[in-house]
Design a protein around this ligand. Sequence first.
Ligand code: SAM
Ligand code: DTB
Ligand code: SF4
Length: 364
Amino acid sequence: MSEIRHNWTKEDILNIYNKPLMELLYEAATVHRLHHDPNVVQVSTLLSIKTGGCSEDCGYCPQAARYHTDIEGNNLMSVQQVKAQALRAKATGSSRVCMGAAWRNVKDGEEFDEVLEMVRTINKLDMEVCCTLGMITENQAKRLAEAGLYAYNHNLDSSEEYYKEIISTRGYQDRLDTIDNVRKTNVTVCSGGIIGMGENLEDRAGMLVALSTLNPQPESTPINALVAVEGTPLEDEKPVEIWDMIRMVATTRIVMPETQVRLSAGRTQMSKEGQAMCFFAGANSIFAGDKLLTTPNPDVNEDMKMFGLLGLNPQKPFTKKVQPQTVEAGDSKFEALGEKPKWTRPEHTIERNEAAKEKAKTLK
Ligand code: SAM
Ligand code: DTB
Ligand code: SF4
């Protein structure tokens, strides 16, 4: 087994990223085979349990209230709706459900209690449950863990330097603090980022330094290609070249050998051949279903055809870690603390975010 290093530098990572492609692929595939079954890919279904109307200014995100995008917002889904969708996902080969909410952070109260019930319900269907709800406190992480949460997704999105060009309403340290809160429980960490936001290679390497030097490293790392949505500040960014995606996946695999590397947003732009190269380079997880949170994703039947072509098998739930126990609400050891944590509001200004906000006012 290759060892897990926590001291990767930007220079080490750039050297890997820029290797001749055949060498990079060979090295990544070798590491991949030492740590994972190369014919198994995890299939996860995303559910947007609360869509749109978010207070943040993430430049890539169609769910930020301040931009003019034509997504349909909705209130929190019901536990019954979530259960029905989870059952559908299970029937089409998913072993994990990831519930996303367009929130800056979790607030204790009725809605969070509902989310905890959704976690209990899906865990009881013997599927891995993941949530991505924005920033959370240690107490909220503990309550999610107690409900049976398997993973919490919270992306670093880019390097610390480039983050300031994308988001002005919260800081990088806030993201790290939430990951730290998740780490105080048995819930696994899912954290990755986006390429194609105008960042340079140093920023991509910087993000991988931030992720790979976490100890332990995240159990799962999504690599998203930006889906440039009209109305967002990043609407004019060019589509990510497949070669960049392959290099990013391969580099992630090499620096984080045990992590599940998730080929995430942007697959509708990728050919089957391109995706096959990503799997060869070490990607071993995808999001399935014709919608991500708000943007399109390949049809699940097409994905299953691709799995057939490539001889890939969907990963069974709880292959990497045992199923968490669910504690019922009535038996909970934790109470809602109603904390008002001081997440930062750096409030620096990003010109293209401000321009998109101003333009939206004239269109709304
Ligand atoms: N509100 C929560 C948060 O920000 O953590 C959870 C939902 S948020 C939509 C989850 C992640 O989706 C973001 O961190 C980002 O990496 C990714 N994402 C959002 N919009 C995207 C886009 N247009 N293209 C690619 N990835 C995107
Ligand atoms: C992640 O890194 N990618 C997923 C999941 N985690 C939550 C979300 C992608 C969202 C793409 C834009 C949208 O569909 O709204
Ligand atoms: Fe809100 Fe999350 Fe979108 Fe940022 S990425 S605007 S926090 S939903």
